[in-house]
Design a protein around this ligand. Structure first.
Ligand SMILES: Nc1ncnc2c1ncn2[C@@H]1O[C@H](COP(=O)(O)OP(=O)(O)OP(=O)(O)O)[C@@H](O)[C@H]1O
Ligand SMILES: [Mg+2]
Length: 263
């Protein structure tokens, strides 16, 4: 199961990525959580103190030079398909049973442009997505414009995190359309910051047929954990039950035949 998590800024992508990764690891699965947001903060959401955050791969200059054969950035020749097979093991950190890999950001130089660091990241993500027997959770930056086709097509599916609100639903519909264009096999939504008086059915209808895998309640402890630099994972109700319910739908959904469900 290889899941990319997307959605509008601040909807709760990192929170959901951390909660799913922790719950899946607790259930005995091998989980690798990939922080693919240049503004990385998944380490914190997994409960790793700032002093122990791993250095992002994109900032490992020597490694990037060694793997791509390039000393400078743009305009020079370098390997566009570097060998990265050893990197997950070497540069990840295991945090409470979840293997965490922080990719970091690369300077964006125009459409279709590729630099040595992005060649390494691309090869790394593709390698992880093709590894059998491992759950991959990709925490992405807002939007999916930056998601390459190879990555898009190698994920089992993409979850769009939506908040109760018209703007968030609108973004979800836009992401869904873009996702179809780059052929992401299946797309579903998770509602976050749900309040008890909200009508879940009515919310689901605003998603225009986008399957709703479940909802996570608004919980002040989640926001507090973020302020304190701690993990939002409590393992307690209602969170535990909500995550369990999401996983009960997510696991079969992610493994149905590609064109049966989702888009
Ligand atoms: N269910 C929830 N209840 C209360 N607060 C929440 C909940 N989910 C997320 N938050 C809070 O909302 C804020 C944004 O969450 P998070 O960082 O997970 O979003 P994001 O989509 O990853 O943001 P970004 O687009 O910046 O990467 C954080 O302060 C987080 O603690
Ligand atoms: Mg985030």
């Amino acid at each position: 199961m290889k899941i990319a998590i997307s959605g509008k800024g601040g909807t709760g992508k990192t929170t959901l990525a951390a909660l799913l990764a922790r719950a899946l690891a607790d259930s005995g699965r091998a989980v690798i959580a990939v922080d693919a947001d240049p503004d990385a903060n998944l380490a914190s959401a997994l409960g790793l103190p700032a002093a122990e955050w791993p250095e992002p791969i994109s900032e490992m200059r020597e490694l990037i030079e060694e793997r791509t054969g390039s000393k400078s950035g743009y305009g020079t020749y370098f390997k566009i398909n570097p060998d990265v097979r050893d990197l997950p093991e070497r540069f990840s950190r295991v945090v409470r049973g979840v293997r965490l890999l922080t990719l970091g950001g690369v300077a964006k130089g125009g459409a279709g442009c590729i630099c040595p660091a992005s060649a390494v990241l691309k090869a790394l993500v593709t390698h992880l997505l093709l590894q059998p027997g491992q759950v991959v959770i990709l925490d992405m930056e807002a939007g999916i414009e930056h998601l390459g086709r190879a990555t898009a097509q190698a994920v089992s599916g993409m979850i769009i995190v939506v908040e109760p609100g018209q703007r968030s639903f609108q973004t979800a519909r836009t992401i869904r359309r873009l996702a179809a264009e780059i052929q992401i096999p299946r797309v579903a939504a998770v509602l976050n910051k749900h309040e008890p008086d909200m009508d879940l059915e009515a919310m689901a209808q605003k998603l225009d047929g986008l399957p709703l895998l479940g909802a996570l309640s608004f919980d002040p402890r989640i926001a507090q954990a973020d302020r304190d630099g701690l993990s939002p994972y409590t393992g307690e109700e209602p969170q535990a039950g909500e995550i369990r319910a999401i996983l009960e739908r997510l696991i079969p959904w992610a493994s149905t035949a590609k064109d049966q469900k989702g888009l």
